[in-house]
Design a protein around this ligand. Structure first.
Ligand code: XMP
Length: 510
């Protein structure tokens, strides 16, 4: 295990991911964790993350007592670099000179971290103050125009540090620097997908024993992979429930019913609740009200199903597709169950007395996808882009009706097909297609006037959906989508493009 000590910036998760890309398992721990607790995890290496811009910044977190006396090889990054410098007798100067963004770095002494890398490279910086003097006995390995000490190391003591961010894409050789540290620390690449899946299956077996479990499938990748792992572990003693609320995209329900069952052999109960949801949504136009209704109906349907399943005997476990970022963000990592309402479509009732089984708790999204591939799930399911629990219900602006859903489903299917054909699926985070159901505009088609509805294409690129930019989809791809939608979907006579970033817009329109 490599521990990434989180000094409170968003960089820790990225560092942990990069370490895992080197096939070394990593875990994030808060900087407030006592060192004894860290050592109990038997780390082979420790990485100190970025954080506030300077150790002098107000409320800047300190290194835990004894962090530099553990004998475990330690790599300080950015703020972690400054913390290390200060703790080991170097000097951090309040220079007031900041460096942000792409910066030219000169390797002055390759040492262990830079090895054979080029002497001139570009790195990503984000700091206010700087290390002005390395601690005694350290070799300065790199510098920039503004920062004479941009990297140092003391291999004999197992200390390494850089001022820049090796974990971000914009740093030319960041991954190699990180890998060099892991090598120097003696971390071997043994964390492979095969091992991960096998370990997860074993862990679930141990936890559930001969008990029974249920799982709500959403059609998304997380719940599918979680269910597939649990199925491998306990077979028929897992029952999956898939609630088709009628707000899915074209082919999605069929995919879960057919492909997923075929490949995993999972015991699946499909509930066709489309009518029920439509009825509940009838006449409703307010976005929040729609969301609440969909969430409420979902829970009711799921409860009914549970009752039916419980008739066959007790169920002790509920499978959830909770991912590592959720665990980290809910301040955890300590094993406390924290059911997020957005997880597995729409939240579950509080009075359920189940133990949670969360086989993906240690994994990042891209790792879940690779685990899904390892389990043999279809690519379309594994690489599926995010789709909101309330589904097309929040992509019809206005009342949700059967006919409007049909129209949107067709338009959406065309957009998806063309984006896939253009090879853009993995460049685009997601591309909602939104039906402006209460808007009409005049058009001309064939020989006649039309008076149809517009759809909005909302392709976005994003890292985590917290912020997003509109994707610059090539014009010819947009043209094909537009032509096909207006030709093939009779009710739509206009296709528009949403060019708003988030913020100020959100990704979904409702
Ligand atoms: P917004 O619209 O808030 O969306 O920018 C951010 C991301 O979250 C998805 N989304 C949801 N996912 N239940 C979900 O499971 C929801 O109620 C929900 N609302 C939005 C959205 O598709 C985007 O990826």
């Amino acid at each position: 295990t490599v521990l990434v000590v989180d000094f409170g910036a968003q960089y820790a998760q990225l560092i942990a991911r990069r370490v895992r890309e080197c096939q070394v398992y990593s875990e994030i721990v808060p900087s407030t964790m006592p060192v004894a607790e860290m050592l109990a995890k038997k780390p082979k290496a420790i990485i100190l993350s970025g954080g506030p811009s300077s150790v002098y910044a107000e409320g800047a977190p300190a290194a835990p007592e004894g962090l530099f006396e553990t004998g475990v090889p330690t790599f300080g990054i950015c703020y972690g670099f400054q913390v290390m410098a200060q703790a080991l007798g170097g000097t951090v100067a309040k220079t007031g000179v900041a460096e942000f963004g792409r910066t030219d770095l000169t390797v002055v002494e390759p040492g262990r971290l830079f090895g054979t890398l080029p002497a001139a490279q570009q790195v990503w910086m984000s700091h206010g103050d700087s290390v002005s003097q390395a601690p005694e006995g350290f070799t300065v390995t790199a510098s920039t125009k503004e920062t004479p000490v941009a990297g140092f190391e003391h291999p004999d003591r197992g200390f390494y540090g850089v001022q820049f961010h090796p974990e971000v894409m914009h740093t030319d050789h960041g991954q190699k620097v990180l890998k060099a540290f892991l090598d120097a620390a003696g971390c071997r690449p043994s964390w492979t997908m095969l091992n991960i899946v096998e370990d997860a299956v074993e862990a679930v077996k141990a936890k559930i024993g001969d008990g029974r479990a249920i799982c709500a499938l959403s059609g998304g990748v997380d719940s599918a992979v979680a269910a597939a792992i649990v199925q491998r572990a306990i077979g028929d003693r897992l029952t999956c429930v898939f609630v088709d609320h009628g707000l899915l995209r074209k082919g999605e329900a069929e995919q879960v019913e057919r492909d997923f069952v075929e490949i995993t052999g999972v015991k699946l109960r499909v509930v066709d609740a489309a009518e029920r949801f439509l009825k509940a949504l009838s006449g409703v136009t307010d976005p929040e009200e729609k969301r609440k209704i969909i969430g409420r109906e979902f829970i009711r349907v799921f409860e009914d199903e549970q009752r039916a399943i419980l008739a066959d005997g007790p169920v002790d476990f509920l499978v959830q597709g909770t991912l590592y970022p959720d665990v980290v963000e809910s301040g955890g990592g300590t094993g406390t169950a924290n059911i997020k309402s957005h997880h597995n479509v729409g939240g579950l009732p509080d009075d359920l007395q189940f133990d949670l089984v969360e086989p993906l708790r240690a994994l990042f999204k891209d790792e879940v996808r690779r685990a899904g591939e390892q389990l043999g799930l279809p690519a379309a399911m594994v690489w599926r882009q995010p789709f909101p629990g309330p589904g097309l219900g929040i992509r019809i602006i206005g009342e949700v009706t059967h006919d409007r859903l049909e129209i949107l489903r067709e338009a959406d299917a065309i957009a998806r097909e063309e984006l896939t054909r253009a090879g853009l699926d993995r460049d685009i985070w997601q591309c909602p297609v939104v039906l402006l159901a209460d808007v009409r505009s005049v058009g001309v088609q064939g020989d006649g006037r039309t008076y149809g509805h517009p759809v909005v294409l909302r392709p976005v690129s994003s890292e985590d959906a917290m912020t997003a930019d509109w994707s610059r989809v090539p014009y010819d791809v947009l043209a094909r989508i537009s032509t096909r939608i207006t030709n093939e979907v009779r009710e739509i006579n206009r296709v528009t493009l949403d060019v708003t970033s988030k913020p100020p817009g959100t990704i979904e329109w409702e």
